[in-house]
Design a protein around this ligand. Structure first.
Ligand SMILES: [Zn+2]
Ligand SMILES: [Zn+2]
Length: 408
């Protein structure tokens, strides 16, 4: 079968690979009818999240049809239409029972202390072959798969595999109360759903910060205020839009590939911090910090890993709440902790507990409370996956979220 395989930093290929098969009684095999490219995948190709194993199939977002079931998977039938949770979970360990399914004790083959297990990730996350493929083996399928109601389309369900629940989780961590003013750093796909989630949870005002006009325009269509950090100082502008107080809650939907301003008033401040940012890039992306794997403008690591966090913290009100759902690798060791501590901030963060959140979002979509398809901008056959990655990596205008069709 065809699958997108990670060969090295800056090197992904659509390869012919063996079909997956049932390996344990907890497995299922799913024939994927929809997959998607996620910003998280880019970290592995840019080298800003290291220790991928060569040969790993990428991708952690999928919708499909159950083709085979192991003996322990008792809650599905062959032929069921399912959405795959990006993170794998057993459903019976203590963290799973508390709803912290991203911290499952049993899913990660590296042991209970190894952290989140997800599809198509680095060595420490499994590795488990991913979902940018015609078929996939799903470990702990009884918990990692969720049935899709017939009223919810593949186009809708693929956005509920990871990005919508991750954004919803981020809005929950931000502890939004009715009337709150919420900033969302990063207006990519997860940022868009963070805007939607914050508004559904009662935020009175959501302010989205990015440097790409197409992404800011999409956020405005949802009702967000927008700030282009290449044109205005984001911290000063947030203060202005909040009566000088700052935001109640901030959501970091950027992560390690954060960029500083390259023009406008915030660019001068970035110049002063240039050395610090350079050291951070060297720390998180040792193989690509000098752009060794940059190819035709692709796979450029973000030039300021802590920039979004700095702006988020500086523009929060005193005793506000910071929620971090942007991805950072274990090698990221710098954080503006002093600024956060001296403002009495609350900070919450982590990988989304997909299994816990997805059923509720499927129901919201089935009821028509929200249509996630508004964020989907591209639908491409799996055969065009590499060129789709290149366009998404360059943030080409209009390329916000790409669905892949593995069977065409
Ligand atoms: Zn994702
Ligand atoms: Zn578990």
């Amino acid at each position: 079968m065809k699958a997108l395989v990670w060969h090295g930093v800056g090197d992904i290929r659509l390869d012919d690979v063996p079909e997956p098969r049932i390996e344990t009684p907890d497995d299922a095999i799913v024939r994927l009818t929809a997959s998607a490219i996620c910003g998280t995948d880019l970290h592995f190709i840019r080298g800003t999240f290291s220790n991928m194993r060569q040969g790993t199939i990428l991708g952690h977002e999928g919708v499909g049809i159950v083709e085979a079931l192991g003996d322990n998977v008792r809650n599905f039938d062959i032929g069921d239409r399912v959405v795959v949770c990006s993170t794998v979970s057993c459903g019976y360990c203590p963290p799973c029972r508390e709803g912290n399914t991203a911290q499952c004790d049993n899913a990660n083959p590296n042991g209970p202390e190894a952290g989140t297990c997800f599809f198509g990730g680095p060595e420490a996350t499994g590795p488990v072959n991913g979902l940018q493929a015609e078929k996939a083996r799903i470990p702990f399928a009884s918990n990692t798969l969720i049935k899709v109601p017939p009223e919810v389309s593949d186009d809708q369900a693929i956005l509920i595999s990871d990005i919508f629940p991750t954004a919803w989780f981020g809005a929950e961590l931000a502890d939004i109360e009715r009337g709150d003013i919420v900033t969302v750093f990063g207006a990519g796909p997860v940022g868009q759903f963070a805007v939607a989630s914050a508004l559904l949870m009662g935020a009175s005002r959501v302010i989205a910060i990015d440097c790409h006009e197409d992404r800011l325009a999409m956020a405005r269509r949802q009702g967000a205020f927008t700030i282009n950090f290449d044109k205005e100082d984001p911290v000063a502008t947030i203060k202005k839009l909040t009566g000088g107080v700052g935001a109640d809650c901030a959501i970091d939907a950027v992560g390690v590939d954060s960029q500083h301003a390259h023009s406008g008033p915030a660019a001068a401040q970035a110049n002063e911090e240039a050395d610090k940012f350079r050291q951070e890039v060297a720390q998180v992306a040792p193989q690509n910090a000098e752009h060794q794997h940059v190819d035709d403008g692709n796979w450029v690591p973000g030039d300021a890993p802590t920039q979004a966090l700095e702006w988020a913290i500086a523009s929060l009100k005193k005793a506000g709440t910071l929620s971090i759902i942007g991805v950072y690798p274990p090698e990221a060791e710098t954080f503006p902790i002093g600024m956060a501590m001296n403002k009495n901030l609350t900070m919450r963060m982590g990988n989304c507990n997909h299994h816990t959140i997805i059923p509720q979002l499927l129901e919201l979509v089935r009821m028509g409370a929200i249509d996630p398809v508004d964020v989907l901008t591209q639908v491409e056959p799996l055969s065009d996956v590499v060129s789709a990655y290149r366009s998404f990596d360059k943030r080409e205008a209009g390329w916000i979220k790409t669905e892949l069709l593995p069977q065409s």
